[in-house]
Design a protein around this ligand. Structure first.
Ligand code: UDX
Ligand code: UDX
Length: 458
């Protein structure tokens, strides 16, 4: 089939790769090229060993790659040959200078804008896929029009709402697709091009259009609301522990109110992932910038509670294990920031491992998919942590197990077998409340869930 339209995506990461693969599957008449500055990443996308783990992705790539989906490092050529350009480069939190630790680091974004300007010879629709501070599109427009080379650029905002671990389902059946544009004649025409692309598989009523600033802000606010629910339930988990209420029962009762809803009320050791913290800090920075101190403080509280929840978890461990962890062997089950991904960005497991090491504990980390990334995250404490994929081997000889990721595999472990191989008294700290606590207690473990009374033999 002759390709009617060409699409380019700059940035072959967790967002760019799966999103473009889904477009390739749903729009066979489009030819899609994904480019990245990282040659090794592109090599991996072109191999049998993809750079990211996502359920179903191997199959999707196998059926689209080489047909209408291509991975390349030739950014200049990509820009020249494609009229529709998605930008999905990373925008981490700034680590230096003004706004350090809060604002978004836009250097990759600006580099990309300048590349687009440099190599464009014909009109382009440039689509922000990365989550960005509000009004970034304006900066993009300014850079693109700065040269006055006669090329027309329309900048759209089309934030991605997929979650890792369920990315393909989210991409295939999104709750909504959001497209923001300038409300000028050419802005509206560009918006329509993107509406038509998504209309290949997304029902029309789920494709929302808005002005470009609303679109940018909606993405930050969506993530802030989701994270806020987790911090809310985690804050209440502390109160449950103090009062002997049960967080599971409270969450069920609260979530059954249809005005509240039941999703994102799972208490945990804290949220992680590349987006929540970064986007909230961005929102906070934005509010402070506009002098909205009360609003900034309100949202900053969501991140504060998340840090508190991680600290609380290691404090519980310390207290339960007779106020000393020095020399004690602790097995961490799970390092990924959530199940069904190998991604460890901002995973609570990173801070927890370091807190345990600070107490001089001997830590073994286990995870079915994330050990490679875990080793990178823990580079500065290299040699102090053991990485053991098999959970039975990781737990053997340990004083305690801490569940940090809700992998199904951990629910199904043979805890009798594990108990036999551990030092006594043996402890379980369930940072995800996924295990059968009564059963583990009956086996002999001292069990410390989150937001529920502990089951202790002492
Ligand atoms: C990224 C952003 O982090 C997030 O804010 C946004 O919502 C979507 O895009 P993700 O895909 O998870 O999310 O990031 P990552 O996996 O780091 O991928 C970004 C890719 O862009 C990397 O492969 C990087 O090499 C590439 N990149 C970065 C470029 O191609 N050019 C650059 O100038 C900078
Ligand atoms: C999130 C948003 O859900 C998605 O819409 C956006 O595009 C990117 O950011 P992601 O970070 O991939 O997606 O995963 P998500 O499922 O939202 O989980 C984020 C974190 O919250 C994980 O650490 C997860 O374990 C935690 N979480 C989630 C809880 O602790 N409790 C819950 O009830 C839900």
């Amino acid at each position: 089939m002759k390709n009617k339209k060409n699409i380019l995506c700059i940035g072959a990461g967790y967002v760019g790769g799966p999103t473009m693969a889904m477009i390739a599957r749903k729009c066979p008449e489009y030819r899609i090229t994904v480019v990245d500055v990282n040659a090794r990443r592109i090599e991996e996308w072109n191999s049998d060993s993809l750079p990211i783990y996502e359920p179903g992705l191997d199959d999707l790539i196998r059926t689209t790659r080489g047909k209408n989906l291509f991975f390349s490092t030739d950014i200049a050529r990509g820009i020249r040959e494609n009229a529709i350009i998605f930008v999905s480069v990373n925008t981490p939190t700034k680590a230096f200078g003004e706004g350090a630790g809060m604002a978004a680091d836009l250097q990759f974004w600006e580099t990309t804008a300048r590349q687009i300007l440099q190599y464009s010879e014909s009109p382009k629709i440039v689509i922000e896929k990365s989550t960005l501070p509000v009004k970034t599109a304006l900066a993009m427009e300014r850079i693109l029009t700065s040269a006055g080379n006669g090329v027309r650029f329309d900048v759209l905002s089309n934030p991605e709402f997929m979650a890792e671990g369920s990315a393909l389902r989210d991409l295939e059946q999104p709750d909504r697709v959001l497209i923001g544009s300038r409300e000028t004649k050419s802005g509206l025409a560009a918006r329509q091009v993107l509406v038509e692309l998504y209309a290949h598989w997304v029902p029309k009523e789920k494709i929302l259009t808005s002005n470009i600033w609303s679109s940018e802000l909606s993405k930050l606010v969506s993530n802030a609301f989701l994270a806020q629910r987790i911090s809310s339930i985690n804050a209440i988990s502390a109160l449950c522990e103090a009062t002997e209420a049960n967080i599971g029962e409270v969450a069920r009762a609260v979530g059954m109110d249809s005005r509240v809803g039941s999703k994102f009320l799972n208490t945990s050791v804290g949220f992680g992932g590349s987006c929540f913290k970064k986007d909230i800090l961005n929102l906070v920075y934005l509010c402070r910038n506009y002098g909205l101190e009360e609003v900034a403080d309100y949202w900053e509280g969501v991140v504060r509670i998340n840090d508190y929840q991680q600290t609380r978890f290691t404090r519980t461990m310390l207290k339960a294990m007779f106020n000393t962890l020095a020399g004690k062997k602790i097995c961490l089950l799970g390092f990924a920031f959530k199940a069904n991904t190998g991604d460890t960005r901002e995973s609570p497991a990173i801070a927890i491992t370091k807190k345990l090491l600070a107490e001089k504990a001997d830590v073994a980390v286990s995870d079915p998919r994330a050990l490679k990334n875990a080793a990178i995250d823990l580079k500065d404490v290299e040699g102090q942590v053991r990485f053991i994929e098999d959970p039975y081997a990781a737990a053997a000889g340990c004083h305690a197990i801490a569940v940090l990721t809700e992998w199904d595999l951990y629910r199904e472990l043979d805890f009798e077998r594990i108990y036999e191989t551990m030092l006594k008294p043996a402890f379980i700290f369930d940072g995800r409340n996924i295990l059968d606590h009564q059963r583990c207690f009956d086996i002999g473990f001292n069990v410390y869930p989150i937001g529920k009374p502990p089951l202790s033999h002492f």
